[in-house]
Write a protein that binds this ligand. Structure first.
Ligand SMILES: Nc1ncnc2c1ncn2[C@@H]1O[C@H](COP(=O)(O)OP(=O)(O)OP(=O)(O)O)[C@@H](O)[C@H]1O
Ligand SMILES: [Mg+2]
Ligand SMILES: [Zn+2]
Length: 254
């Protein structure tokens, strides 16, 4: 029940005390209605007011999701349409990814995306565009992270009141959509165990994940292990970004 609607249930008792009088009106969307107004005021359609409240609530929830989604600053406005056409292969990758995003908005069982390719090919840009689109359009709970950041955040919970390793891992495992960029970039230590735990749980729960790496499949297996890669690739849309580094275009005079 919204704040307004819960207040409204007490309205009849308050009407007299406040000097409100019942008045009839006609709403272009909801037809005839009756509401209580101060003398001389125009009656307001409460269905319209409740709808506006709902819209404002959805907008503020989406704003909260955008603020907390972890998309890095330089990609906060990323869109697929910002990407300059580079080659036919890139066009096909963008089309396939956009198709996946459209399905992900409707279907929780959409499967993973695995984005592989060289530096500067727009992988992070595309993944962030997908995240922002799904938050803005569908209010999906999306989190962008990296393997190194998972480790940092989980380790930062060690010894802290109210936080612990398993609740942090559960958090990463339960986002409706998780993006793990630089999936193979981590130091020696607990990062690989933590990454495996998140991948395992998300795979078991059938939650979609976007994995991003500069490595090819075989090198990825060497770096993160066959168990993790098998789960990453299971019913995944695999997108190979085989074109040149956009960051180096100016250097080449392109
Ligand atoms: N086709 C393109 N048109 C316009 N800008 C692009 C294009 N491709 C990439 N960019 C821009 O180039 C920069 C590098 O792209 P991005 O960070 O997405 O690359 P990446 O594939 O994630 O690289 P890395 O593997 O090094 O992380 C970003 O600022 C991105 O917006
Ligand atoms: Mg990147
Ligand atoms: Zn109305």
């Amino acid at each position: 029940m919204t704040g307004l609607s819960s207040a409204l249930q007490f309205l009849p008792a308050m009407v007299g005390k406040l000097g409100l009088t019942p008045a009839k009106g006609v709403c272009s969307r909801h037809g005839e209605f009756e509401s209580a107004v101060l003398p001389g005021r125009v009656p307001v359609c409460m269905q319209c007011v409740a709808e506006q409240e709902r819209v404002a609530l959805v907008a503020s929830r989406r704003q909260g999701l955008l603020l907390g989604c972890g998309v890095p600053g330089r990609y906060r406005e990323a869109k697929f349409r910002d990407l300059e056409p580079v080659c036919e292969e890139q066009r096909q990758v963008i089309d396939a990814f956009k198709g996946w995003v459209a399905r992900a908005g409707r279907d929780r069982d959409v499967g993973n995306v695995v984005l592989l390719g060289g530096t500067g090919t727009g992988k992070t840009h595309m993944a962030c565009a997908a995240a922002l689109n799904l938050i803005g359009r569908c209010g999906l709970g999306v989190c962008y992270t990296t393997t190194a950041r998972i480790k940092e955040e989980v380790c930062s919970a060690w010894g802290m009141a109210g936080r612990d390793e398993s609740s942090e891992l559960r958090r990463f495992a339960s986002y409706p959509l998780l993006i793990i960029d630089e999936v193979d970039v981590f130091d020696q230590g607990p990062a690989l165990r933590m990454l495996n735990s998140v991948i395992d749980r998300r795979s078991a729960d059938g939650l979609p994940t976007i994995y991003i790496s500069n490595q090819d499949r075989d090198r990825l297996i060497e770096l993160v292990g066959i168990r993790a890669v098998s789960r990453m690739l299971e019913s995944a849309l695999i997108l190979q970004c085989g074109w040149g580094d956009y960051r180096l275009r100016s250097l080449k005079g392109a």
